[in-house]
Write a protein that binds this ligand. Sequence first.
Ligand SMILES: Cc1ncc(C[n+]2csc(CCOP(=O)(O)OP(=O)(O)O)c2C)c(N)n1
Length: 341
Amino acid sequence: MIQLAELANPAAYQHPLDISFCTKEFLLYQLESMLIIRKSEDIISENFGTGVIKCPCHLGIGQEAIAVGISTQLRKTDRVFGAHRSHAHYLALNRNSFGLFAETLGKYAGSSHGMGGSMHIIDRKNGFWGSVPIVGATVPIATGAALAAKMDGNGDIAVSYFGDGATEEGGVQESFNLAASMKLPVLFICENNLFASHLHIDLRQPTDATIRYAEAHRIKCELVDGNDVIEVSKATERAVEYIRSGFGPYYIEMVTYRWKGHVGNRDDIDVGVQRKDNLLKWKQRDPIRRLTEAMIQQHLLSSEELEILNDKIQSKLNDDWNKALDAEYPKSEALLSLVYA
Ligand SMILES: Cc1ncc(C[n+]2csc(CCOP(=O)(O)OP(=O)(O)O)c2C)c(N)n1
């Protein structure tokens, strides 16, 4: 039976990335996107901790390379769906930290006019068709969107992000079957961070590799180091070409680790889960550090340029956060037009 093997070993894959054949422009774009996501979530984490943000927040710090590597291979007209841990999926497509901050604060200027909070974000203009926190729920929705895209005939595809825990939901398996049978243009991305809430995958499934579900449904698939933005991007390029050529769905299992607890901003090392040692090692497998080290080694970036970039992004995000704090809450009538019909 397929296993993640070394990919699940936090002490492996800590080396700087292989960036040969990548342009400086491409690498800088990937780096900037990951930094925007990391720093945005750091701001959310801090303000969740102090109680300024009141909605539940599921942070994906440590998992940034997946959304970033994938998004650079998509068109604005593709249809991307996420779940409860989707800040990165949204930001990698639009870099709109203000829209995310305002949403977590319940402000009208937020991505869902403050009606959804962290777990219900959307930006159709930039291809993000929405996130839903019912585990597995967006997989059938993305599969339906793929059917619609196929009927439209414009070559657009659907992308469905879900966690390893979601593969345990029946509707997800039904979607795999339907997508394979109807050759639907959908890219299934399993972000396997080894945990669903507080349970390790070894306690939930007979093997730690969910890719076996794709094989069972005869869906073309591959297993990728989700903390390597270049490998993520290359695998997505192969997948997108395959899907747009009309061959049907594609499944990529991205192996990664979240640095924070399941929900909220704690490290999640004191809730009955023995994660402490592994977490320290996974932090060495940091997708951002691995890219910056490679760029510095190859003289594509200097330490001074990195510092300037960090400062520039941080100051823009601080401005966005302050603007979101100052923004208006929705009027109560908005409930009638936006939530209840
Ligand atoms: C249908 C359903 N069951 C249970 C939950 C509670 N819940 C929220 S997130 C989660 C774990 C999901 O794990 P996974 O799919 O691996 O995603 P991750 O949190 O690791 O990103 C659970 C059980 C839910 N939201 N929906």
